[in-house]
Design a protein around this ligand. Structure first.
Ligand code: SIN
Length: 533
């Protein structure tokens, strides 16, 4: 791992402006903004996001938030469903804690103005794969993330102690004597800035853009994973990328998510011959956990030699379907597909990064002064396969914990904290121009082919060699803008993913090795940890 430098750019304290905040939050998805709401108003708070406040993976969530709401449902069942989906790798204490904290978070979101879908004054509850009850709270039919983020952004904007800096790219976390002291950031207008913070919370989301096929927006390039790694934080479970079974597959069209809630409402998966196939693979059929459905779809695509399968809702009541899934209906209509009558072409795509920065129950990482919450972390909730609609929930619970913990420590610190004379040298300049777009696209294709829904040792080993070679010349350079830094982050994360996927010689949850098709509890019922020395 020695080609991965500690810092991506050169810097000197006399040449870069300095900014101070008691608490710095990096990332404006649900975890980051929920953390922001916990920061004591006596503290100065700065929230930075790489794009606009509205662009985060959270805003794209369709299905909803899992929570025990129905009196016939119970915590034990939500816990059990999470543990079963997680394939023997969840931390039971974490699962119990998160499941129990879910209902008050839903009530709080409602108090903050979130308009969840209701019927006769009661919350409507959807069902998704792996859940044994209807317990998915949703909004605007299939745009839960959009509605929840609208409400929470409004709350944070009216919180008078918060400063929001959109369009601010975090280049690196600053560490001194083993502690996180803030971050070096870049803004299109202001250039590079040191942000010195008493406490820093990392909530940068996922890494789906490392794959050619993904439901994730452009911003999800694994930056937080890479910068935590460079700063010496422990990461684990990097081999576990979750593939969503049903991503719209239309050549030339965007790979939009087709929510699992559709299958919860009775949609069927059929192959190119119109044959319903899920029962050949699992008795839970379309409502089996995601890893099972993704594997079945890939197997059926191979059997039929087709690039996709189809979701079929034509047996359901047409008006009800269009009303329940208005966003997907609009997207599909642009390609001439009526979701109520026409089969929707789908196949799996990278969706959710399960692996990430190790955090304890409170959201503390292994680097003092650095907290983390949401998709960038590995908290122990998801095990080897995340249960549907547990991710916004994790963002809410851990955002709250990390925000409260960071706030308490920042309050306890005195105000004499100062800039630290950190510097990083200029690297040897390289003359040969690099086509960054070409490397990025090649990486995405390589990851899809070699570290996708199905993996084998030889393919992973080959991919590892190729990525290390690319790292050798891309990471040795110092770039001046986010295009270069993003690529460096993507290469770093891809390398960790491929190396851990090669090491884990078994199949578990979302990690399916065709050369080791069984789970091997004796040797592999454990986390794989990576840390930069
Ligand atoms: C979906 O709507 O299918 C995605 C929900 C999730 O990823 O939990």
């Amino acid at each position: 791992m020695n080609v991965i430098p500690r810092y991506l750019v050169p810097f000197h304290p006399k040449r870069i402006p300095h900014h101070f905040a008691d608490v710095l939050i990096i990332g404006g998805g649900i975890a980051g903004l929920r953390a922001a709401m916990e920061i004591d108003p006596r503290l100065s708070l700065l929230v930075i996001t790489k794009d606009t406040m509205e662009q985060s993976n959270s805003a794209y969530a369709q299905g909803g938030i899992a929570s025990v709401i129905d009196p016939d449902d119970n915590f034990a069942s939500h816990v059990e469903d999470t543990l079963v989906a997680g394939a023997n790798l969840c931390d039971r204490d974490v699962v119990e804690m998160v499941v129990r904290e879910a209902p008050p978070h839903i009530r709080q979101l409602i108090e903050w103005g979130t308009k969840f879908d209701t019927e006769k004054g009661e919350l409507m509850l959807g069902r998704e794969g792996g859940h044994s009850h209807r317990r998915i709270v949703h909004a605007l039919g299939d745009a839960t993330g959009h509605e929840v983020m609208r409400a929470i952004i409004e709350q944070v904007r009216t919180k008078n102690d918060s400063q929001l800096w959109p369009n601010t790219f975090t280049i690196d976390l600053l560490t001194h004597e083993g502690r996180c002291r803030g971050a070096l950031v870049w803004h299109a207008r202001h250039g590079r800035t040191f942000i010195w913070a008493k406490q820093t919370i990392l909530c940068t989301g996922g890494a789906g853009q490392i794959y050619r096929e993904t439901t994730n927006p452009e911003v999800a390039t694994g930056d937080g994973h890479a910068l935590a790694y460079r700063a010496g934080a422990e990461l684990r479970d990097m081999e576990f990328m979750q593939f969503h079974p049903t991503v719209l597959y239309i050549a030339g069209g965007s790979r939009s998510l087709i929510t699992e809630a559709m299958r919860g409402e009775g949609a069927r998966l059929v192959d190119a011959n119109g044959r319903r196939f899920m029962l050949d693979y699992d008795e839970r059929a379309e409502l089996a956990p995601r890893d099972v459905v993704s594997q079945a779809i890939v197997a059926q695509m191979e059997k039929t030699r087709q690039p996709n399968v189809f979701l079929d809702l034509s047996h359901l009541e047409a008006e009800k379907v269009r009303k329940r899934f208005p966003g997907i209906a609009r997207t599909c209509a642009e390609f001439g597909i009526d979701i109520a009558t026409d089969p929707i072409p789908v196949r799996p795509g990278a969706h959710y990064m399960i692996g990430g920065v190790t955090v304890d129950h409170e959201g503390r990482t292994t680097v003092p002064g650095l907290w983390a919450a949401g998709e960038v972390t590995s908290s122990g909730l998801h095990g080897a396969n995340r249960l549907a609609s547990n991710s916004l929930l994790e963002g809410l619970v851990y955002g709250t914990h990390a925000g409260a913990g960071a706030s308490a420590l920042a309050l306890a610190e005195d105000d004499s904290f100062q800039a630290i004379p950190l510097e990083n040298a200029v690297a040897q300049p390289r003359e040969e121009p690099l086509d960054l777009v070409d490397i990025r696209n090649s990486l995405k294709s390589l990851m899809w082919r070699s570290a996708g829904v199905q993996r084998t040792g030889p393919q992973l080993a080959d991919a590892g060699r190729t990525i290390r070679r690319w790292c050798g010349y891309v990471l040795a350079r110092q770039f001046n803008d986010p295009e270069g830094w993003e690529l460096q982050n993507m290469l770093t994360v891809a390398r960790l993913m491929v190396e851990t996927a090669l090491a884990r010689e078994e199949s578990r949850g979302v990690h399916y090795r065709t050369d080791f098709p069984q789970a091997d509890d004796e040797h592999w019922r454990r986390h794989l940890v990576v840390q930069r020395k």
